[in-house]
Design a binder for this molecule. Sequence first.
Ligand SMILES: Cc1ncc(COP(=O)(O)O)c(C=O)c1O
Length: 373
Amino acid sequence: MEKWTGGDMHPSYRILMGPGPSNVHYRVYQAMSNPVIGYLDPQILACMDEISEMLRGVFQTENRVTLAISGTGSSGMEASYVNFVEPGDLVVIGVNGFFADRMTQVASRCGAKVVRVEEEWGKIIDPERMIKVLKEHPEAKICGLVHGETSTGVRQPLEEIGAYCKKVDTLLVVDAVTTLGGYDVRVDEWGIDVCYASSQKCLSVPPGLCPITVSPKAMDLLRSRKTKVQSFYLDLGLLEKYWGEDRVYHHTAPASMFYALREGLKIIFEEGLERRFRRHETLGDRLKMELEGFGFKLFAQEGYRLPMLTSVLLPEGVDDLKARSRLLNEYNIEVGAGLGWLKGKIWRVGLMGETCKVRYIHCLTGALRDILT
Ligand SMILES: Cc1ncc(COP(=O)(O)O)c(C=O)c1O
């Protein structure tokens, strides 16, 4: 190509009511426009320390190794298995949705023997059943679960399974990509050893960073590996040396994303975790009620519905693609389609972080009134 003639790009200001990303606070955008500095600049190191400290707050943990991987949520899933699985290790994973299934694929690519504890999509993995399977496999090294299954809108209870894993020294790996920042994630209290999230959902920061926290028990296990971690980029031992006191160069820190995450976390603590969780709970209930009013049927198991992601079966006669296209093109509202076999059957409507506001519920219901009635 000799010359670019394509002109400027002007993405629309969408109301992001899908499964993520969510809308970004203007202060986060402002923070991102700060000058880029080097990856060992004392100012970026101070920013990283602040991020770690605030992440410990949202993860509700004392774990020293609490940092943000330069990658999206999937990098946390990869890191959780590539660091702790050695070929032949047995891993038990609860599978009740798209992302839990992906977890099994990631684990087996790392060489794990995977035991799948299957459940119908839309239901929780019964903790008693999970514990029974763990008892049948006392050699299991890892138990993996998705806290908020974004494909179905189900919230997995973790307390009982966490207590059992702690008792038998099995590592509990939890995907909190959808829940962190919008729902209680009590890493220490629930006995979670490795918990990862994403910047772009309830933290309301652009996609690109993956907060992760690792217990001392898991770090000890990592140090006692017989083989090297296959991935250099996701090696938590190396990341610890960069984020911790050693400050050994590992990769070029995405400075602008660090500024964004720092600001996003500050906004969370200005609001307070409790208030933030209550906001998600209250407005999640409100949205569910409104959608039921249009004839949508709630898909996820009652009592275990995520506040920040509501999955609904479409009313008879509604054309999935047409209705979602109209919402996007005429009303600037994004809602999510179904994943996997739920494609065309459900919508996934997000109320995450900055988007979790009553005015956006009004925008969606107003638009639906025009489109559906
Ligand atoms: C529960 C869950 N896990 C993992 C992922 C993957 O995260 P990312 O798309 O940020 O890589 C997602 C993405 O939506 C998710 O919802």
